[in-house]
Design a binder for this molecule. Structure first.
Ligand code: XMP
Length: 558
């Protein structure tokens, strides 16, 4: 079956993944490919539409990323964004020039309502504006070069005070070019413009939905696996949990999940994972929990160098996993929780291969006897994985779990790791999470937002997802945790001098985890966390709040 698909051709712009995500929000499946992808391959994918992204070059620079004229002659609608728009003009015989000033930031743009790109945008007033009355909207601009002359057959359908062609089209050829960035939220009606392109101009029916994804995947997994055996390394994180449940629904007891508790998990996390996936839980699968904490502590004893710690944790994971796999014997498939951004960032999808030093624990075991890898989430973005999780009935606390690094608390304890230090971090972190959750609940009450009880029992997973999205105070971090500095300092407790550890509280706001800002959690919440940690966690006499953004810091400590 050919899935309805739009292709994003990546010219190295910073928003490539965002474009694809926005298209998927229109219920149209979308994949990212490098501009180097041969035209024949693109043709063979039978795309319903093609979108060209922004990029860091100028079209007239030597060696700049480019595309062939034939791309525009496939009979498939093409939308060029920013660099993609300029490239479309350049390749088709228009002209692109360097402006004196960069046009950057929110910009007032006048648009022509008769363009299919702007159909229905701006409400009735804008749509009915009479002659000489141009409706306007705010868009996000970021360009030096501009389209000084359009290619033949094109007409301008939007402009700004500085930019004569903010958008243009050749409707009969199905070609559209937009100088601004509809994919970023700063562009008013950005979503609507992309919707008009994929659903209107490309005529996509919008069949990409998580319920049908889950259904088709379950069917596909059943067909592929037959009566084979499948092995899955379950970490308890969102991706591996969703992958495991998907497989369990498809093939039940043919699936075995191995959960390695390396003793570097958050407080009670091991038991929580077992409660969901173990024999008492709702799913049909074989669950093996390996309690390997002491083994890990032994290996890590006295090791202080961060990379060495990471390496030991990763290698030990593989070893433990392999030992378990050996007991199970040969399997047909090994499950990986790879998601689409991993595919793109490893350079397979788009152009901008991000150099990422960290991988999930362990990578691939070498000595496990399996024939093939299954990656059921390979096509999904993170928010889609969560939606699929809700669709599968996975508990919300698991689905909305914040990211947790593979090496776990091992990289949140600066210096060498001991069981005692792990206990300190676990206890401090549990208090921190509890207090943040409490403060968020109180905020909801004061803002008149009901808690989970505000959700109708018959709400669909999609409605549940949207409900949870809009339910947090503005200061709510995207990731937060307690860490242990390796510093001890002098304090007083009662009448006694203490010489104890300092706990570091970290909380960041971030969209992509590549850059991040420290979060301004209300002072009284931090004070409460501090006082509880000092009173309740033995061995701590100081609490420090980390204000560092990324860069120059990283989110984790090591
Ligand atoms: P950093 O510390 O690099 O973290 O700013 C960025 C994001 O990645 C997570 N992280 C990891 N995730 N294995 C993982 O699976 C790792 O080794 C790892 N190191 C960092 C981190 O929690 C944050 O969300």
């Amino acid at each position: 079956m050919d899935r309805e698909k739009v292709i994003v051709i990546d010219f190295g712009g910073q928003y490539n993944q965002l474009v694809a995500r926005r298209v998927r929000e229109c219920n149209v499946y979308c994949e990212i490919y490098s501009y180097r992808t041969p035209l024949d391959e693109i043709k063979a994918m039978k795309p319903a539409g093609i979108i060209l992204t922004g990029g860091p070059n100028s079209v007239y620079e030597e060696g700049a990323a480019t595309c062939s004229r034939e791309l525009f002659e496939l009979g498939v609608p093409v939308l060029g964004l920013c660099y993609g728009a300029q490239l479309m003009m350049h390749v088709l015989g228009g002209e692109v020039k360097r402006a004196d000033d960069r046009e950057y930031g929110k910009t007032k743009t006048y648009y022509d309502v008769s363009s299919l790109l702007f159909k229905g945008i701006g409400g009735a007033d804008a749509q009915n504006a009479g002659d000489g009355m141009e409706p306007s909207m705010t868009v996000w601009m970021s360009h030096f070069d501009y389209i000084s002359r359009m290619a033949e057959g094109f007409v301008a359908v939007a402009h700004t005070d500085n930019c004569p062609v903010a958008a243009c089209e050749n409707r009969s050829a199905g070609l559209y070019a937009i100088q601004f960035h509809p994919e970023v939220l700063h562009t008013e009606y950005g979503k609507e413009i992309l919707y008009n392109f994929v659903r209107g101009i490309c005529n996509c029916a919008g069949t990409w939905r998580m319920d049908s994804f889950v259904e088709t995947q379950i069917k596909a997994i059943r067909e592929k696996v037959g009566d084979g055996k499948v092995l899955c390394a379950l970490s308890g994180g969102v991706d591996s949990s969703v992958a495991a449940v998907l497989l369990s629904k498809a093939i039940g007891k043919q699936l075995t999940c191995v959960f390695v508790d390396h003793g570097l998990l958050r407080k009670n996390e091991g038991d929580e994972v077992e409660a969901v996936f173990g024999p008492e839980g709702p799913y049909e699968l074989n669950f093996i929990r390996v309690n390997a904490a002491s083994r890990y502590y032994e290996k890590l004893s006295g090791v202080t160098e961060p990379e060495k710690k990471r390496k030991i944790i990763g290698e030990e994971f593989i070893r433990v996993f392999e030992e378990e796999a050996k007991k199970i014997g040969a399997v047909d498939y090994l499950v990986q929780g790879t998601i689409y951004p991993d595919v793109v960032e490893s350079g397979l999808g788009g152009e901008s291969a991000v150099i990422k030093s960290h991988h999930n624990v362990g990578g691939l075991p070498e000595h496990v006897d399996f024939k093939e890898i299954i990656e059921p989430l390979r096509d999904l973005f993170k928010d889609e994985v969560r939606r699929a999780g809700l669709e599968l009935g996975i508990p919300e606390y698991l689905v909305f779990r914040q990211p947790f690094p593979g090496p776990g608390l091992g990289i949140r304890i600066i210096g060498d790791i001991t069981g005692e230090k792990v206990r300190i971090v676990q206890d401090a972190d549990a208090i921190y999470r509890e207090e943040i959750a409490k403060a968020a609940e109180e905020w909801k009450k004061s803002a008149g937002i009901a808690g989970a009880e505000g959700l109708a029992p018959e709400a669909t997973p999609q409605q549940r997802y949207e409900y949870y999205q809009g339910q947090n105070p503005e200061w709510m971090p995207d990731q937060y945790f307690a860490a242990l500095s390796n510093m001890r300092s002098v304090g007083v407790m009662g009448d006694e001098r203490t010489y104890d550890y300092a706990v570091v509280l970290r909380a960041v706001r971030t969209v992509d985890f590549m850059t991040a800002e420290a979060c301004d959690i209300p002072w009284e919440v931090l004070q409460k966390v501090m006082s509880r940690i000092i009173n309740e966690v033995r061995g701590v006499n100081r609490v420090i709040y980390d204000l560092t953004s990324k860069p120059p810091g990283t989110i984790e400590m090591e």
